[in-house]
Design a protein around this ligand. Structure first.
Ligand SMILES: *[C@@H]1O[C@H](CO)[C@@H](O)[C@H](O)[C@H]1NC(C)=O
Ligand SMILES: *[C@@H]1O[C@H](CO)[C@@H](O)[C@H](O)[C@H]1NC(C)=O
Ligand SMILES: *[C@@H]1O[C@H](CO)[C@@H](O)[C@H](O)[C@H]1NC(C)=O
Ligand SMILES: *[C@@H]1O[C@H](CO)[C@@H](O)[C@H](O)[C@H]1NC(C)=O
Length: 363
């Protein structure tokens, strides 16, 4: 019993991050986050999909990881994702292990686990609609956390006498905006469905001890290279209808930062407005040190209109730090670094609301 109390007290000092994916962290002493648990989509998947036999959403081949110390690892970028950088800023020892790796158990999980899965979204159906094969839905990710990792973690902590979460854009891209669906709910209804589902999922995490949450916004999905390049209506520019859907959802996520406190006493949630950051890079790349804010750095397969992922062993741009996007959807290491930095220590409310992650960690 006493141990349980110690445990939940420590979990209470943990941090949860969410962004089209979800992340949580735990800490022991003030101002020191001991670990983080990450939930979400391909934006933060660090290799889980490698272990899903049927998944088509994998990034375990060249040129992915071309600038990453471990090479192609399943991360959907040339280098680090935002969670990798956030982990560095929080001084976590090394990269988080992916949940689906059978070696992720025992002492390996003490600094957190990444549950994120490329192609997943808040709704269970997301992913399956868009022929992406097997994915770990957000519900499944949280199930894995509660029913597999948490018991193991408790056993480890009991032995030693010690969270974070993040999710969201795929629900629009891979679910709502998949053409050909009949009986679509209105965008407003759909947004409300996502937000209430997400709130329920956050409550599950709260019920098992998570108190600090970081929620990343959906990115400007109307401006990603695959949308700009392939939709005739786009003519090379952003599709603002898609961006408006993302903004509608993001407004609700931001409101959760204040509303969740009422629903889940003692919890704190930071909303990271990566939409805003990305949009400024896309609209004015030159002002932020980029030369290209609209096309993929890697070669995309031709003849596949929905090509998001890089062509296997395809060509890659020579100056990756000059590009906002690495493939048809995912940002480069340079962008992930800047988003994570703003999340961690920006004092502007348009970047991180109502505080930044550093302040959240110190609560
Ligand atoms: C993978 O696909 C095969 C063939 O379609 C199917 O039989 C199997 O159940 C799938 N496995 C999983 C884990 O989804
Ligand atoms: C864990 O498993 C139990 C039993 O299957 C289930 O009732 C519970 O909802 C699961 N936890 C989560 C977070 O899904
Ligand atoms: C598409 O872009 C081209 C070149 O900028 C322009 O000439 C053309 O009018 C545009 N078409 C539409 C439908 O906006
Ligand atoms: C790469 O791009 C960055 C940003 O545009 C620029 O500062 C840098 O000089 C470029 N490096 C090379 C080798 O061209």
């Amino acid at each position: 019993m006493a141990k349980n109390i110690v445990f939940s007290c420590k979990l209470a000092l943990s941090l949860v991050v969410l962004s089209l994916f979800l992340l949580t962290a735990f800490s022991c002493s003030k101002a020191e986050v001991k670990g983080m648990f990450v939930f979400g989509s391909s934006l933060v998947d660090n290799g889980n999909n490698n272990f899903l036999k049927n998944s088509t959403a994998k990034a375990n081949y060249s040129p992915y990881g071309i600038d990453f110390p471990l090479g192609p690892s399943g991360r959907f970028s040339n280098g680090r994702n935002t969670i990798d950088v956030l982990g560095e800023l929080l001084h976590l020892p090394g990269f988080l292990p992916p949940f689906a790796d059978p070696r992720t158990e025992g002492a390996e999980i003490l600094h957190g686990v990444n549950f994120a899965s490329g192609g997943s979204g808040i709704l269970d159906e997301t992913g399956s609609l868009a022929v992406r094969g097997e994915v770990l839905s957000l519900n499944r990710q949280i199930w894995n956390f509660e029913n597999k990792t948490l018991p193991d973690l408790k056993a480890q902590l009991r032995g030693r006498g010690d969270d974070r979460f993040s999710d969201g854009g795929n629900d629009y891209l891979l679910n709502y905006f998949v053409p050909g669906q009949t009986q679509k709910p209105s965008l407003l209804q759909f947004t409300q469905l996502l937000v209430s589902q997400l709130t329920r999922q956050l409550k599950k995490l709260y019920d098992v001890g998570a108190r600090k949450f970081v929620l990343f916004s959906i990115q400007p999905i109307g401006c990603i290279p695959v949308v700009r390049a392939n939709l005739p209506v786009s003519n090379g520019s952003c599709i603002e209808q898609l961006n408006e859907a993302a903004l509608l959802f993001n407004d609700d996520l931001k409101a959760l930062a204040t509303n969740l406190k009422l629903l889940l006493p003692g919890s704190n949630l930071v909303f990271v407005n990566s939409y805003h950051t990305m949009r400024t890079f896309i609209d004015e790349p030159l002002s932020y040190g980029f030369s290209d804010g609209s096309t993929a750095c890697c070669e995309l397969p031709s003849h596949t209109p929905e090509a998001i992922l890089c062509k296997r062993e395809g060509m890659v741009c020579s100056n990756r730090t000059a590009h906002v996007f690495f493939d048809g959807l995912h940002p480069t290491d340079a962008v992930n670094f800047k988003i994570a930095q703003k999340a961690y220590n920006s004092c502007l409310l348009e970047d991180a609301y109502p505080s930044n992650v550093k302040q959240l960690a110190q609560l």
